[in-house]
Design a protein around this ligand. Structure first.
Ligand code: GLA
Length: 380
């Protein structure tokens, strides 16, 4: 049974009649533009066909009840008394807090939730949760959907309620994704431009089956290093520094700071070029840019890992692979590859076998299609 049918069936059984609406919000994979979002730069992610689904019905009061099929738990909270606790429901609660804090008037609802975005794999299960929650409140409380506004409020929930210092990419793509396209996002203006995947290609997510601790502290350290270089140049963010300007001041920056900035400035440029290549349908060029991105993340930004490097090398060996790179924050989690469509099955089998032989780990491999962002899929 698919997830839409499962949440519908469970809702009907639990609450005695069918849900009045079903919403979904997707996870994402980033094709290129890594560690650029918090530098006001450019990213090029796509929303994937793995999502959080919520079946719901408004209640007359201000209570939210949610049954999670994945955790086999029910949680309940009062919109007038939001308190931070731990667990999956904090995403829903955090978004309620963020929306109310921004002046939205919310109504309670009953809900059944299920998802198939792997948790902690770097495919943005948290952002999918937040945007599904925002969509659910938009439906039950009757306010209009503004993707960028909802992404910002989802990010605020993640930063201030859940306590993770992420940028805007994951929430933006989960809010605004477009089927069959990736989205070039300007993380300063939040303008988006949908670009199609090159013809006869597929995007394949390669999960290393490694999860790294200390990601948060390393992530925050990278952010601080980038901010320090922006401050050195007297600008708001690294987005405003050109490669020539950076190189002119090479001697005045410490070696690590220089390499961090070099990655960000180069990556912004690669992301632009990648979007242009996609518009022309150039898979080879896009693949090459992905490879350059991986090298820069590995050598200059230093957020890759042994397993991610092995995975990328295994991918690049295979016939029909245009390019591969680590994706997301790094240190573990997933790589992403652009592959010729008719080679996808052999590619997946080949990478899995080689990666397993080299690491002893069993990878998870997903051939992904690009989907729409958060949406109401059914309403009665
Ligand atoms: C995580 C964050 C994003 C972004 C990426 C790195 O996924 O949530 O905001 O910074 O890392 O590109």
């Amino acid at each position: 049974m698919d997830l839409q049918s499962r949440v519908t069936a469970e809702f009907t059984q639990r609450f005695g009649s069918p849900p009045s609406a079903i919403v979904r919000a997707p996870g994402r994979v980033n094709l290129i533009g890594e560690h650029t979002d918090y530098n006001d730069g450019f990213v090029l992610p796509m929303a994937i066909d793995r999502a959080i689904w919520i079946a719901l019905r408004p209640r007359p009061d201000r209570i939210v009840t949610a049954r999670s099929l994945d955790f086999d738990e029910t949680a309940e909270f009062d919109l007038d008394r939001l308190e931070k606790q731990a667990g999956w429901v904090e995403y829903l609660k955090g978004v309620a807090w963020s929306l109310q804090d921004a002046g939205y008037t919310l109504h309670g609802f009953d809900a059944v939730v299920a998802g198939d975005v792997p948790i902690g794999a770097g495919l943005s299960s948290s952002a999918a949760w937040e945007l599904a929650a925002a969509r659910a409140f938009a439906v039950t409380s009757g306010f209009a959907w503004d993707a960028a506004k909802m992404a910002l409020l989802g990010q605020r929930a993640e930063n201030k309620w859940v306590g993770v210092n992420c940028g805007i990419m994951d929430q933006m793509i989960s809010a605004a994704g477009k089927a069959d396209h990736a989205l070039l996002i300007d993380c300063r203006s939040l303008e988006t431009q949908a670009v199609p995947l090159p013809p006869n290609t597929v995007v394949i997510v390669l999960d290393t089956a490694t999860r790294r601790g200390l990601v948060d502290s390393a992530y925050n350290e990278r952010r601080a290093q980038c901010e320090a270089v922006a401050k050195f140049f007297g600008v708001k963010a690294l987005r405003d520094v050109t490669l020539d300007q950076l190189n002119e001041k090479h001697d005045q920056l410490d070696r690590v700071a220089y390499r961090r900035a070099l990655h960000v400035i180069g990556e912004n440029d690669r992301t632009w070029q990648a979007a242009e290549a996609m518009k022309r349908g150039e898979a080879v060029e896009l693949g090459q840019l992905m490879q350059l991105s991986h090298m820069s993340l590995r050598d200059d930004f230093e957020v890759s890992s042994r397993e991610l490097n092995i995975m990328v090398e295994c991918a690049e060996h295979q016939a029909g692979c245009y390019g591969a790179r680590m994706t997301g924050a790094g240190f573990g989690g997933c790589a992403v590859a652009l592959v010729r469509q008719d080679a996808a099955a052999a590619f997946s089998a080949g990478v899995a076998a080689e990666y397993q032989a080299e690491t002893g780990l069993q990878p998870n491999i997903y051939i992904c299609t690009a989907t729409n962002g958060a949406e109401v899929v059914a309403r009665q």
